[in-house]
Design a protein around this ligand. Structure first.
Ligand SMILES: *[C@@H]1O[C@H](CO)[C@@H](O)[C@H](O)[C@H]1NC(C)=O
Ligand SMILES: *[C@@H]1O[C@H](CO)[C@@H](O)[C@H](O)[C@H]1NC(C)=O
Ligand SMILES: *[C@@H]1O[C@H](CO)[C@@H](O)[C@H](O)[C@H]1NC(C)=O
Length: 282
């Protein structure tokens, strides 16, 4: 296993947060090297909490000797992780992002890849509601908390990060989709006294399969219903083909409307080849 460290010169130009302080000092944690609105498309998560922007729990630091995941803008995925991971549910499943070494120096495992790479760009949310809605992607590899935001503003579209089959160990993307009126603030794990984050009404999924087709899905979140929140209080969602050939379940539709899904437990649509589709919120 070989890691290539950041060149110091590159750090100075790309990472203004780092260039302000000595790079090679011994540290208790690795500083988050990006500012908001950076050209790498990295999105800081709760930058004023202890995680300092890393896609980690708000009370968790990027500690020396650990991996520190970061979030990417809607439609982009993090292309850095521990190259030695071989089991998606085994040791190493938390090892996304950059490595913070014993001296508090970051290294980028795949030097030839960008930090954030455009995903399949073949599926997006079309929000026809008059309030914004946040789709919160889980960090994986990472702690699997739903903290990576893609916010669909009222009457607007937002791309979702649908990963190609070359993504980490072939896993797909999962999004906890909040009620109308939500924004990035609701992309938190939360607790069951609010229908937010882990208790959001919907789960959307997507990813490219080994066959090259893309699979996207919608379902009610079992934790939302188990807690007694009403599916009829949530907006409706239907998956609609935009271009190319999309293969729908029997009955020719995939939607959850008025608290009932067209297929029990939700449904999946296959986007064959370069087909494109959207989740319409209405
Ligand atoms: C810059 O980032 C901040 C914080 O994430 C955000 O509120 C703002 O809209 C961004 N500005 C631009 C021009 O993208
Ligand atoms: C959302 O995307 C669809 C399809 O490309 C387009 O027709 C529509 O105008 C978009 N909506 C907005 C608000 O951009
Ligand atoms: C996001 O939602 C929170 C909680 O509802 C609200 O306080 C905040 O103003 C919203 N932020 C934006 C940018 O709309």
């Amino acid at each position: 296993m070989k890691f290539i460290s950041f060149a110091v010169a590159a750090v100075a130009t790309t990472f203004s947060a780092v260039s302000a302080r000595p790079v090679l000092r011994r540290a208790n944690s690795c500083a988050f090297p990006w500012v908001a609105n950076n050209t790498d498309n990295v999105v800081p998560i709760t930058p004023s909490a202890k995680n300092a922007g890393w896609a980690m729990s708000p009370d968790q630091e990027c500690a020396p000797g650990s991996w520190c995941p970061y979030a990417c803008a809607p439609g982009y995925y993090s292309a850095q992780w521990d190259p030695s991971a071989t089991l998606y549910n085994g040791p190493g499943s938390m090892n996304g992002g950059l490595y913070c070494d014993a001296n508090g120096v970051l290294s980028k495992p795949f030097a030839d890849r960008a930090y954030c790479v455009p995903s399949m760009m073949n599926a997006y949310i079309e929000n026809s509601l008059s309030h914004s809605v946040s789709a919160c992607q889980t960090v994986y590899p990472g702690n699997e908390a739903m903290i990576i935001p893609s916010v669909a503003q009222a009457n607007s579209n937002v791309s979702l990060n649908i990963v190609p089959n070359t993504y980490w160990l072939g896993v797909s993307s999962q999004f906890y989709v909040n009620l109308a009126g939500s924004n990035a603030t609701q992309c938190v794990w939360g607790n069951d006294d609010k229908p937010v984050g882990n208790w959001a009404p919907y789960i959307f999924g997507g990813g490219q399969g080994p066959d090259g087709n893309t699979y996207i899905s919608v379902q009610f979140n079992p934790l939302y219903t188990a807690k007694g929140y009403k599916v009829s209080d949530a907006y409706s969602v239907r998956i609609q083909c935009e271009s190319g050939f999309c293969n729908f379940p029997a009955g020719g539709e995939c939607k959850c409307e008025g608290g009932k899904c067209s297929v029990d437990n939700g449904c999946t649509v296959t986007l064959t080849g370069d087909a494109k589709a959207k989740w319409v919120l209405y």
